[in-house]
Ligand binder design. Structure first.
Ligand code: HAH
Length: 338
């Protein structure tokens, strides 16, 4: 970027043109504040929050698509692809969905009918504009032997809601690529559970086309060996893979320090090495990786400023708060310019 705000560094989308789409999560504020950066580097976007259940369907019979449409229009104007996120999740989902008209727990038939109708409306609205959907997000249990995370979905409908969601999405848009998406996807125990779930969906004949590795990583975890093993294991199912929410926090997950106002010496260099290692793997496995999306675009706005420590600044992206390339960008650009 030069002093007039024009980006002169090589565009990520050109560097990766032969390999995979490159995306960023956006919201109605960042499509304005980061427009030049987004337009220069990215050829795909995902709505950070605006297509989640509670955002588009806050009450029964009430759909609110203004913000989602704004983002889909932005993608259209800039000739960017767009991924949908997300149809079934345990968070950012309204309570009414799980209650009947008397406020008692909804039954299975009612919940699945509401799910079908929701998916039909939302996926149908963006048919031909969104090429992929995260149909089911984060249903695997983090710890212990249980496969599935406890949730109202599971309580009411049993495990069947997962396969049904994929069927409803496929009916609503037969062309859309349908993904299962989760985090801690490279930790061996959770990886094996995600693999088992997706394998069983395939055996049931569910229309699932890919696995989304959220890739919320940090300077210390996971190891490149674990990322490689996860890519190989998931790819052995014959599905395409995408990194759907990539960022590299400078803090260990259990580091709750909140006093840094700028990165410590060495942090950005270590981050550059890690990103170089990650993109080395992505290059090596590009045959099975069809997209890489960052959960943001530059360090001026990241969900990690609020998670897991509220109000703590983080610096996870390839571009700094002024949208200038960071050391991590330089290492990746060198790797793909070869
Ligand atoms: C993701 N969860 C969600 O998929 C996305 O919709 C949200 O905007 C941000 C992150 C990640 C997550 C995590 O890394 C740890 C615990 C719970 C959830």
């Amino acid at each position: 970027m030069n002093s007039t705000g024009t980006h002169t560094e090589q565009a990520l989308k050109d560097l990766f043109a032969q390999h995979f789409r490159i995306g960023a999560a956006v919201n109605p504020r960042t499509i304005r504040s980061q427009e030049l950066l987004l337009a220069h580097h990215f050829n795909s976007i995902t709505a950070e929050n605006e297509m989640k259940f509670v955002s588009v369907h806050p009450e029964e019979g009430v759909y609110t698509f203004e913000d989602a449409d704004l983002l889909a229009d932005f993608a259209g104007r800039h000739q960017m692809a767009m991924r949908g996120h997300t149809l079934v999740w345990h968070n950012q989902t309204p309570d009414w969905l799980f209650e009947d008209s008397q406020g008692r727990p909804a039954g299975k038939a009612l919940l699945l009918e509401r799910l079908r109708s929701h998916i039909d409306t939302v996926v149908g609205r963006y048919k031909g504009r969104l090429y992929a959907w995260d149909v089911v997000n984060e249903v695997i249990a983090d710890e212990g032997d249980a496969l599935l995370r406890p949730s109202k979905w599971l309580d009411i409908a049993g495990p069947e809601f997962i396969a049904r969601a994929f069927e409803y999405a496929h009916d609503a848009d037969p062309e859309a690529l349908l993904f299962y998406n989760d985090y801690n996807e490279s930790h061996p125990a959770k990886r094996d559970k995600i693999y088992a779930l997706v394998k069983s969906l395939l055996e049931q004949g569910a229309p699932i086309h890919g696995i989304g590795l959220q890739a919320h990583w940090n300077l210390f975890d996971p190891s490149l060996d674990d990322i490689r093993a996860a890519i190989e294991k998931y790819a052995s199912l014959g599905l395409q893979l995408q990194l759907t929410e990539l960022d590299v926090s400078v803090f260990r997950f259990d580091d709750r320090r909140a006093d840094l106002t700028s990165p410590e010496p060495g942090m950005l260099e270590r981050q550059a090495e890690l990103y170089e290692g990650v993109f080395g793997l992505l290059k090596e496995y590009h045959d099975v990786i069809s997209g890489v999306t960052f959960w943001g675009a530059a360090d001026d706005y990241t969900w990690l400023d609020g998670f897991p420590v509220r109000g703590r600044k983080n610096w996870p992206m390839l571009f700094d708060a002024q949208h200038r390339p960071k050391p991590a960008y330089d290492r990746i650009a060198a790797l793909f310019a070869e």
